[in-house]
Write a protein that binds this ligand. Structure first.
Ligand SMILES: NC(=O)C1=CN([C@@H]2O[C@H](COP(=O)(O)OP(=O)(O)OC[C@H]3O[C@@H](n4cnc5c(N)ncnc54)[C@H](OP(=O)(O)O)[C@@H]3O)[C@@H](O)[C@H]2O)C=CC1
Ligand SMILES: O=C(CO)COP(=O)(O)O
Length: 339
């Protein structure tokens, strides 16, 4: 049994707490809202996971120092834009080494940092045992129904990855390990961009041909960038690459797909965000990936088309026309670098 603190009580933090509590760990879930801690201690979190009864052993608090004092393993489960703030608050209260796990899928615009890099910038090295990324095709709504789910724990230090594999693994939640942190973080973050784009084409009324095209060419541009950044090409054919791409582009649970779908049906970005009420990571990540494509000089036409729709007022019809009208090419020419 491990002592674990989970920071962030949205859909994913709550679902992972459900798994950890069921696995018999001594768990404390931190939320920044007292009324949400009270609700979770009554065994529901209806805003994020309707109709789900949480285990009695799943305890919540809104007292951050208490959560920091509790665990030897910290699971960070807040949206990317809150990672630095939560790390700064944790740092103020931390007085020992802990193993950090992050489960968020994004890249920070402008700094172009991955989440493990942001954690290492905010928390002094002396308090970090290691940083493990937990990622893969895993909608919270299905995990709490105990439907079979597979994810990957990634860390250059295999022992730390195995510790996190053991922490989460059970009969419905299977965890693999990988040492390719860059590939796992890039795949997890950038698939949200492709899910937004697929949502748009679905919203425009296009069919499965368009969906398959965006997913396949989307994975090619993610891998192209990832490999230039130092990732292992094969990671993109794994759970955190094509696996997460499939689930996010095809599941009704995906907030990124749903947001794209509303955009494709003609709603404005502000209307979509208002209606979602949950994080849509792909929007900020589109900005970061667009900047990364320039910084690494990697062509990313789908990302660029989505960037133009989201931030430059280009219509979805014009973006589709531009993508389809690109210069003719050999399917493999941009992939050669990956071999
Ligand atoms: N949902 C899923 O199935 C999966 C999600 N992920 C990733 O997990 C991360 C979290 O997503 P998810 O749980 O779904 O998001 P949700 O939108 O469901 O919940 C986000 C949670 O973070 C809290 N929060 C936001 N800002 C802060 C802050 N500054 N300080 C403290 N808490 C904050 C929110 O609080 P409040 O309620 O007050 O707004 C809310 O509880 C994302 O990066 C996502 O990509 C990964 C795999 C699966
Ligand atoms: O990452 C996820 C599933 O693996 C969740 O995707 P959404 O944020 O689009 O819901």
């Amino acid at each position: 049994m491990e002592k674990v603190s989970v920071f962030g009580a949205g859909s994913w933090g709550t679902a992972l707490s459900y798994v950890l509590a069921q696995n018999g760990h001594d768990l404390l879930l931190w939320t920044h809202r007292q009324e949400q801690a009270d609700e979770i201690n009554q065994h529901t979190n209806k805003r994020y996971l309707k109709e789900i009864q949480l285990p009695d052993s799943l305890k919540a608090t809104s007292n951050l120092p208490q959560a920091v004092a509790h665990g030897n393993v910290f699971v960070l489960a807040v949206p990317t834009k809150a990672i630095r703030e939560v790390c700064q608050d944790i740092k103020e209260n931390l007085d020992r080494k802990v193993l950090f796990v992050h489960v968020s899928k994004g890249i920070e615009p402008d700094s172009l940092k991955r989440i493990s890099e942001m954690i290492r910038e905010e928390i002094p090295e002396q308090w970090i045992e290691d940083v493990v990324v937990l990622s893969g095709p895993s909608h919270a709504e299905e995990v709490v129904q105990e439907h079979p789910t597979t994810v990957t724990a990634a860390c250059e230090n295999t022992e730390a990855a195995i510790r996190i594999q053991d922490l989460f693994m059970n009969g419905y939640f299977r965890v693999y390990t990988n040492t390719d942190v860059i590939g796992v973080e890039i795949g997890g973050a950038l698939k949200n961009i492709i899910a937004l784009a697929v949502g748009i084409t679905d919203g425009l009324g296009f069919g499965d041909n368009a969906k398959a095209a965006i997913m396949t060419r989307g994975l090619a541009e993610i891998a192209r960038l990832g490999v230039k950044m130092g990732a292992t090409p094969l990671t993109f054919s794994g759970l955190t690459g094509v696996g997460d791409l499939i689930v996010t582009c095809t599941s009704v649970h995906s907030r990124n797909w749903r947001a794209g779908n509303m955009l494709g049906k003609g709603k404005s970005l502000d209307e979509v965000l208002e209606e979602m009420g949950m994080v849509v990571e792909g929007i900020r990540t589109t900005k970061a990936a667009y900047q990364l494509s320039k910084a690494y000089d990697v062509p990313m036409p789908i990302t660029a088309a989505l960037y133009a729709v989201l931030f430059d007022n280009v219509s979805t019809d014009d973006a589709v026309g531009k993508l389809m009208g690109r210069m003719k090419k050999n399917e493999m020419e941009d992939l050669i670098d990956l071999l």
